[in-house]
Design a protein. Structure first.
Length: 166
């Protein structure tokens, strides 16, 4: 299988990214999203949580942190060329959501809305990822695993089979 950009991307128009936290889509997909927008492809983004708990700083409230992180995500995506109306947050509380029928339905709504040809998300089966300096491993964030699983289920079979969430 040829996984080159040309082979995977060229004949598709609508790209959809779903990640757990407001910084994830930039950390994992910024380069690809920039290239897609340069090539005039449509890009939409959904973030599952508001990111209210992703800090070790205890002087900031959850509301302030969520507001800051969401604003940073929107500003970064706009720099890459993503239209603000195509950036959404499902507003789940950080760490309190599950990969379940409800979340599958919330994600699936956007897959159908944007007629996604290709969906990018977290790899749900990865429990450990190597650190950037290759000196050890991170535990894959629980939120990433849960979102990745729900997105995979949303893509197939739930978004295809219209008897689910008609
Ligand atoms: Zn994350």
């Amino acid at each position: 299988m040829n996984n080159s950009y040309v082979n995977l991307i060229e004949n598709k128009n609508n790209f959809f990214f779903v990640t757990a936290h407001p910084d994830d889509v930039i950390v994992f997909f910024a380069g690809l999203i920039y290239k897609l927008r340069q090539d005039n492809k449509n890009v939409a983004v959904v973030t599952v949580t508001n990111g209210a708990r992703g800090s070790r700083e205890n002087k900031i409230t959850e509301e302030e942190l969520a507001k800051t992180r969401k604003a940073e995500e929107i500003n970064a995506l706009k720099v890459l060329g993503v239209k603000e109306e195509n950036i959404h947050c499902l507003e789940h509380n950080d760490g309190e959501f599950e990969s379940n029928y409800e979340l599958i339905g919330e994600i699936l709504k956007y897959i159908r809305k944007y007629k996604a040809d290709l969906v990018g998300t977290h790899e749900p089966s990865v429990n450990y990822t190597m650190t950037y300096d290759k000196s050890g491993y991170f535990v894959q964030h629980r939120g990433h695993r849960k979102v990745g699983e729900a997105v995979m289920d949303s893509v197939y079979p739930f978004s295809r089979d219209t008897s689910f969430f008609p």
